[in-house]
Design a protein. Structure first.
Lengths: 182, 501
């Protein structure tokens, strides 16, 4: 079909441009979600593939970034939950928080991350809590936007964030943060 | 209010992100244009990219002797799905039971009654209810079926193989568990199981699952028993609170029971990760493959594929969902089944037609105009859905011209003109509403701009001659001929032309 050749070429070009521009940010947020480079690359790549498959919808969306973010978080949660369950099945004790490996060799990340207080414990959060933490405190999204990304209610976002903060607080020792309310 | 903890959290996340060295973007598919309907092709291209970047291949676990094994470790990988033999989705009227717009169809024929819902269908046996009556009906091959006797506060349950139905009957004022076999010579379970509380902590006890062996699992917030209805011993029960403490059975599937650990936290599959499990006659529950959280989940008759509405997607006021996710039960890639643009899958309207095909009701999502309903058939091996026509009973075996068309010719043409404007044929409810040459011609006429359908006139033989106004050339009138067609619109555009041509 003459039309589809031209149209497809235009769409492919638009998608290429979008993917190239979105890749760095997508990878960084994927790293925060997964905590390691292998899974981050997998998540970022699958998100772009899903965006590719739904490009007609993505490109027409009022906020393509929000549309893709929703894909990314849903992919992350669906990827991670079975893994967490498998770990529980295969071991008798809860897994140790997996220290995130920061930048690759030559990067500054590993050293910086080793000195961090909360980041090592974020890896031990359940997927939905981790997603809420990343969307709220890194992406700086509102509760409404997070709810849209996760396909849940704002009440669910609030309760999930509350549980995440509570878990982090417990992980680092409650005494260190007593009376911390600003 | 922001706490110090939150401040530290935000700072550390940004420091980590800033310190991440972003690798080059891997090769992504660009040789074919993006499409909402071409699902596997980019995956094939990406599979090569995955190999290039050295990602390990997915290791698929094998189920052993019917026992359920944990899903394979490692992140989801892109695999090369086996090419299906048939790359088309049939538009034939389903013979499997389904519900569209509150109408129940069984074996291609509408069952009398209205406002049907709650359909369960396994092995050609079906169970459904109407309105808010609380009455349930059932039917199956070679049996007359009919209304279930009793009063039910919770839905009766059909076993995955369709051989058994079990329920909690409260017509006597007490909870009495009972059921029957669904084969033509079927019979009841005998004496009902009594002595159970009707309500525990304000929640009615209910039948959670019936296994293919006829074992009925009844649970409340405290009660947890399995009634072995086919053991040959009258009222043979097993106390699951002893043999499988804290295990909450959510449903039975052809792949096993779906359970959650109720010892800590919520006991629903939306918040607690469920898993498959098998249950022995002595009530021992053996955990199996982990499952993703869900709001709704159905496993195919062979127990090999599942589809689900992810957790959180069916809450609130949303009566529909844009996509269902499907994947092999024992692990593997997850594929989205997208409803056509402008449509959503009606919540809980879905059922497996066979081991590869899902039937789901569609509801229009337009902000204006009447709500419309259709039926979609989705192939999990293709990752695609297609709207299919639903014929009225008297025309189920008739020709295309006999079939009812709930779209007028103007509406069908208008939908096509809208898709032409966006250049997205995939957004159509059913792409076969227009032939390829006519689509190309219209796109050329529209030149990337919008338009609308004008009036249509009878053109003989059931066809319609319709005008089209296109923004690209408002002074010119374009024409299209529509003929009755067996597709989601009930019409097919077979000819387009320019005024005076």
């Amino acid at each position: 079909m003459a039309f589809t050749t031209t149209k497809q070429a235009q769409d492919a070009l638009a998608y290429e441009e979008y993917a190239a521009a979105a890749w760095p940010a997508l990878y960084r947020s994927s790293y925060l979600l997964t905590g390691n480079h292998a899974d981050a690359e997998d998540l970022a790549q699958q998100t772009l593939l899903q965006a590719y498959r739904s490009w007609a919808k993505v490109s027409r969306a009022d906020q393509p970034a929000a549309y893709v973010r929703r894909m990314q978080t849903n992919l992350f949660i669906s990827m991670r939950r079975p893994q967490g369950r498998r770990m529980e099945l295969l071991t008798d004790v809860p897994p140790e928080p997996r220290p995130a490996r920061g930048g690759t060799s030559g990067g500054q990340g590993a050293g910086v991350e080793d000195r961090m207080v909360l980041w090592p414990h974020i890896a031990s959060l359940p997927p939905q809590q981790r997603a809420v933490v990343v969307l709220r405190y890194y992406e700086q999204l509102s509760e409404r936007e997070i709810a849209d990304a996760l396909g849940c209610s704002t009440g669910n976002v609030k309760s999930t964030a509350h549980r995440a903060l509570k878990a982090l607080r417990a992980a680092i020792g409650s005494e260190a943060h007593d009376g911390e309310e600003a | 209010m922001t706490t110090e903890l939150e401040n530290v959290l935000a700072r550390e996340l940004h420091e980590v992100a800033d310190g991440v060295r972003v690798p080059p973007m891997p090769a992504l598919p660009t040789t074919e244009a993006p499409s909402a309907t071409r699902r596997w092709q980019p995956l094939l291209v990406a599979a090569a990219a995955v190999l290039i970047v050295g990602v390990a291949a997915l290791v698929l676990s094998q189920r052993d002797g019917g026992s359920v094994e944990p899903a394979p470790p490692g992140p989801t990988r892109i695999t090369d799905p086996a090419a299906p033999d048939d790359t088309t989705i049939s538009t034939a009227m389903p013979t499997a039971p389904f519900i569209v717009d509150g109408r129940l169809y069984v074996d291609g024929t509408e069952v009398p009654g209205e406002r049907w819902w709650g359909l369960q269908s396994h092995g050609d046996v079906w169970l459904a209810t109407q309105g808010s009556s609380g009455a349930w009906w059932w039917g199956g091959p070679g049996v007359d079926g009919g209304q279930l006797e009793g009063r039910f506060e919770q839905p009766p349950v059909l076993s995955p193989n369709g051989a058994f139905v079990a329920y909690v009957d409260v017509s006597s004022g007490r909870a009495e568990v009972n059921g029957f076999t669904t084969d033509p010579s079927g019979e009841g379970f005998g004496l009902p199981l009594t002595g159970l509380p009707r309500v525990e902590d304000g929640i009615p006890i209910r039948v959670r699952a019936v296994t293919d062996d006829g074992d009925v699992i009844v649970q409340g917030t405290q009660t947890s028993i399995m009634w072995r209805t086919q053991s040959g011993t009258e009222l043979d029960t097993v106390d699951l609170s002893t043999t499988a403490p804290d295990q909450i059975v959510l449903q039975g599937t052809a792949a096993g029971l779906v359970v959650v650990d109720g010892s800590d936290g919520p006991t629903d599959a939306a918040e607690t990760e469920p898993s498959l499990a098998t249950i022995d006659p002595d009530g021992t529950l053996t955990p199996g493959a982990a499952l993703p959280t869900y709001d709704a989940l159905e496993v195919n008759p062979a127990g090999t594929w599942l589809f689900r509405a992810p957790a959180g997607t069916l809450g609130g006021d949303g009566p529909s969902i844009d996509s269902l996710l499907t994947q092999p039960v024992d692990g593997g890639d997850e594929v989205a089944l997208d409803a056509p643009e402008g449509w959503g899958f009606v919540a809980f309207s879905w059922t497996w037609e066979d081991d590869e095909t899902v039937l789901a009701g569609l509801v229009s999502q337009r902000r204006a105009g009447p709500v419309e309903y259709r039926l979609a058939r989705c192939r999990v091996d293709l990752g695609e859905c297609r709207a299919i026509p639903v014929s009225e009973p008297e025309s189920a075996g008739g020709t295309a011209t006999d079939a009812p068309r709930s779209f007028t010719a103007e509406q069908a043409l208008d939908a096509v003109v809208g898709a032409v404007a966006s250049g997205d044929r995939g957004s159509l409810l059913d792409q076969s509403v227009i032939d390829d040459p006519e689509w190309s011609q219209l796109v050329e006429f529209a030149a990337g701009q919008g338009g609308s359908a004008g009036t249509c006139r009878d053109n003989g033989g059931g066809t319609k001659d319709c005008e089209i106004a296109l923004d690209a050339d408002p002074a010119t009138t374009y024409y299209a001929i529509l003929t009755p067609g067996e597709n989601g619109y009930g019409w097919r555009i077979t000819y387009v032309s320019i005024g005076g041509a």
